[in-house]
Design a protein around this ligand. Structure first.
Ligand SMILES: CC(C)(COP(=O)(O)OP(=O)(O)OC[C@H]1O[C@@H](n2cnc3c(N)ncnc32)[C@H](O)[C@@H]1OP(=O)(O)O)[C@@H](O)C(=O)NCCC(=O)NCCS
Length: 160
């Protein structure tokens, strides 16, 4: 059976539910503090969700860079564990690519932590390349101390 998803703009009303589930969705990692309410209030033209506000199935938070309007950035993507492996994150990414391409972006960037192997595999599948970093962990190029001491990050890039 094929499921049809309705992608809509992320809304302020989505915040409470999303904030209440993200730590679980990230496998117990405390990421809630990274999902700020301001994104739900102010990034609605470039952030998207699937499902009703009290039962969001998936969401993407992204924006066009103010420093370089040709660059778009995806900050967060999350899919409910029950809805995974069905192409939902790919759908949200492709929707984002279309929206920011229409605004003149030629590149999308994203960042993940070096321990998030699922995110690294997902981004590779979506055609992102890993930018060379200042170090390497388990064969993965990482920018050492990118987000503070000991906070290594993997930097992704994809041309649109
Ligand atoms: C990563 C995540 C967003 C993927 O969502 P999803 O809806 O299951 O992904 P999709 O079904 O759209 O997968 C797209 C492709 O990526 C691959 N993929 C997705 N997750 C993967 C994983 N953990 N390991 C390996 N490959 C993966 C899929 O196999 C698929 O490949 P295909 O198109 O060739 O079949 C989801 O697992 C999640 O929410 N994880 C927790 C939050 C997180 O880590 N977010 C990313 C960092 S911000």
């Amino acid at each position: 059976m094929t499921t049809t998803y309705n992608i809509r703009a992320l809304e302020s009303a989505d915040y409470q539910f999303v904030a209440s589930v993200v730590d679980d969705w990230w496998g117990g990692r405390p990421v809630r503090a990274l999902v700020h309410r301001i994104f739900f209030d102010h990034l609605n033209a470039s952030s998207f969700a699937v499902g009703p506000s009290d039962a969001v199935q998936a969401f993407l938070i992204g924006f066009v860079s103010q420093s370089d309007p040709k660059v778009a950035y995806i900050h967060f993507v999350g899919v409910s564990p029950a809805a995974r492996a069905g192409g939902l994150a790919r759908l949200l990414y492709e929707h984002f690519f279309n929206v920011v391409s229409a605004q003149g972006c030629t590149e999308v960037r994203s960042i993940t932590s070096a321990v998030n192997t699922g995110s690294i595999a997902f981004h590779r599948k979506l055609g992102f390349t890993l930018l060379p970093g200042s170090g390497e962990i388990d064969g993965i190029p990482v920018s050492l101390d990118y987000a503070g001491a000991g906070q290594h990050r993997v930097l992704f890039h994809k041309a649109l």
